[in-house]
Design a protein around this ligand. Structure first.
Ligand code: NAG
Ligand code: NAG
Length: 239
């Protein structure tokens, strides 16, 4: 009995002796792993927080601004509450804004259509923003320009007031739109932009009009009027 007990003590002692470094190493690694997991998840949490902040003011205001209940469900994605950097929307901060783009070709009546839209006090169509070459140099500058526009930070003569309820531009197919179609379509869907495609049904008339316009450009305008491009009532009467 005594011998047995001695042996047990001995064996346990010896096993303890050999196991001790293995066990403590195991404990050390588990602790290290635990620490690593904690650290990793902590950085992820802070990253997520930062991302949330970067997702922009619009997300936050969506929570604050209640979407009007009269807006049908299928139109929800087109309703926005942008927060411009350059001014405060003030009391209209929660006035929903629709984003739109008029996609067209020259001589399709888009100028007339845009004038019609801009005659509404709360609708701003900002013209052919992409007629300026630098703005459509590459997809990055196109998206930058669009972001600035739809943040309502783009100021043209068409820009109205802080209560603007629809904001957009006119975009000709040959102004960079056909160079990056996939990226631009992705952007418009993600941003919830309504696309108005305007075309002149009579292609022959459109082509004649393009020619007339071209002729006008070359011969220069007669006393400041542009014969093939109607701008005002007065000009229309004269031509
Ligand atoms: C323009 O917006 C203001 C503020 O939201 C509103 O009171 C007004 O009725 C709007 N005007 C028109 C013509 O819809
Ligand atoms: C251009 O303006 C001048 C002076 O106002 C006028 O005499 C002339 O008839 C005009 N020409 C045309 C083509 O309208």
């Amino acid at each position: 009995m005594v011998l047995q007990a001695k042996m047990i003590v001995y064996s346990s002692k010896s096993s303890k002796g050999t196991l001790f470094p293995v066990r403590s190493m195991l404990v050390f690694f588990i602790a290290l792993f635990g620490f690593y997991v904690c650290y990793f998840s902590f950085t992820q949490i802070t990253l997520e927080n930062e991302e949330e902040e970067m997702n922009g003011a619009e997300e936050r205001t969506n929570v604050l601004c209640k979407r009007p209940s009269e807006i049908p469900y299928e139109q929800m994605q087109y309703v926005h509450f942008p927060r411009p950097m350059s001014y405060d929307r003030g009391e209209c901060e929660c006035t929903p804004v629709r984003f739109f783009v008029i996609v067209s070709m020259q001589r399709s009546g888009s100028g007339w259509f845009e004038t019609l839209l801009n005659s509404h006090p709360n609708v701003s169509s900002n013209g052919e923003i992409f007629s300026v070459r630098e703005r459509r140099e590459d997809i990055a500058s196109i998206l930058w320009t669009l972001d600035k526009l739809y943040d309502l930070d783009w100021h043209t003569s068409a820009a109205k007031n802080e209560c603007t309820a629809a904001f957009g531009l006119k975009w000709m197919l040959n102004q960079g739109l056909m160079d990056y179609p996939d990226e631009i379509v992705d952007y418009l869907i993600k941003k919830g932009v309504m696309v108005i495609f305007l075309f002149r049904r009579n292609t022959l008339r459109r082509l004649v009009s393009v020619l007339a316009n071209d002729h006008d450009k070359k011969t220069k305008q007669l006393n400041g009027t542009h014969k093939a491009h109607v701008h005002s009532q007065e000009e229309r009467l004269r031509s």
